[in-house]
Design a protein around this ligand. Structure first.
Ligand SMILES: [Zn+2]
Length: 68
């Protein structure tokens, strides 16, 4: 089972899941969650790599995104 990247117009396969911690103002990118997270966004490697958080949010990447 693969899931598509949630970015509109993107046809790549999701490899990471992005979740937001609204209280801590942190966006976390980690391994693809095994099931669709209600508050998560699936991202392909390309979009996970290029993601930047809005405003003063911090981004935490749980994985090295240097590879494929
Ligand atoms: Zn994508």
């Amino acid at each position: 089972m693969t899931r598509p990247c949630s970015k509109s117009g993107c046809t790549r396969t999701a490899a990471f899941t992005l979740t937001y911690d609204y209280e801590g103002r942190v966006a976390a990118i980690g391994p693809l969650s095994p099931s669709v997270a209600s508050e998560g966004y699936d991202l392909c490697a390309e979009h996970a790599r290029s993601f930047s958080a809005p405003g003063d949010w911090r981004v935490i990447r749980h994985l090295s995104l240097t590879g494929d």
